[in-house]
Write a protein that binds this ligand. Structure first.
Ligand code: CP
Ligand code: NVA
Length: 306
């Protein structure tokens, strides 16, 4: 595979299976990999806040024997203090790889044109590939490799949904997404997914009706309605999501033992109720834990690519 994971589109089916197999191994036998990244130094370039992505990458790199430097919004000031392409060419000479979280996807793709080491998108406005990989790993762990659970996303057509749709299409799963008419996922993503589905047998369905969308679902997944960087649109956006909350009433339409997922952070009382977050169907913290194992596997996989 390429040394870069910028979008789910960078992953072949073979890459995904290798990452899942490595994730299982790393999770079961962390000590086996404790020197795998020895002598390697990674940059964690974050333009936005983060708990899971930052901490799990930093802890993960350390547990693989490597080291990392966190570069926050006020440090290198990517594209402000100097051009993205200049930063990329300098860091190329200091680091063994980078994880990047940026406002604009374009920043990551531009960086990637000049950076020659392994590089991972830790969230942009368009994609969150590490999240989607950890999520489908979690789903597979729960339902088994050969099962075809019905996975329904209810919420905003954002970075997380874009990545989930593409990964579901690549894996040949049954994936429904329900968004308000005004907030669909990227058109390009939907088109790519429909094309992929013809090859993989995936069933990708979209609607604006949460009740029908979650009918008989094995997994109901949601994410915030207001993503990082959209704070000014908050009041306007919230109104558009009337009826889209994942609450106990909505879950009655899904399978009885439905698993509830959320990439976190959650805005309790908006896209999901407190009751559902804390309820027995919620697997959000198992899902969050898997970010660590899957990211270690992504690092190992990218660092072994020539
Ligand atoms: N889910 C996720 O990426 O969380 P953070 O924003 O805390 O990294
Ligand atoms: N859609 C959210 C995901 C956070 C992990 C955001 O971009 O803020």
């Amino acid at each position: 595979m390429k040394k870069q994971l910028i979008s789910v589109n960078d992953l072949s089916r073979e890459d995904i299976e290798k990452i899942f197999a490595l994730s299982t191994d790393v999770k079961k036998n962390p000590e086996k990999f404790q020197n795998a990244l020895q002598g390697k130094m990674f940059g964690l370039i974050f333009e936005k806040p983060s708990t899971r992505t930052w901490v799990s990458f930093q802890a993960g790199i350390f547990s693989l024997g490597g080291n990392s430097i966190y570069l926050g919004p006020d440090d290198i000031k990517l594209g402000v203090r100097e051009e993205v392409k200049d930063v990329a060419r300098v860091l190329n000479r200091y680091l063994s790889g980078v994880v990047m979280r940026t406002f604009y996807h374009k920043t990551i793709t531009e960086f990637g044109m000049y950076f020659r080491q392994p590089m991972i998108n830790g969230l942009s406005d368009y994609q969150h590939p590490c999240q989607a990989l950890a999520d489908f790993f979690t789903i597979r762990e729960r339902f088994g490799e050969d099962a075809k659970p019905i996975v329904t996303f209810v919420g905003d057509g954002n970075n997380v949904l874009n990545s989930l749709i593409l990964l579901a299409a690549k894996l040949g799963g049954i994936f429904r997404y329900v968004t308000p008419e005004k907030h669909p996922p990227a058109k390009k993503v939907h088109e790519q997914a429909m094309k992929l589905a013809q090859e993989t047998g995936a069933v990708i369905e979209s609607s604006h009706d949460p009740v029908n969308g979650v009918r008989d679902a094995d997994v109901v997944y949601t994410d915030v309605w207001v993503s990082m960087g959209q704070e000014e649109e908050r009041a306007k956006k919230i109104k558009d999501f009337d009826g889209m909350q994942v609450n106990s009433e909505l879950l009655k339409k899904a399978k009885k033992d439905v698993a509830v997922m959320h990439c976190l952070p959650a805005h309790r009382g908006e896209e999901i109720t407190d009751e559902v977050m804390e309820g027995q169907n919620s697997i959000v913290f198992d899902q969050a834990e898997n970010r660590l194992h899957v990211q270690k596997a992504i690092l190992l996989h990218l660092c072994s690519a020539s």
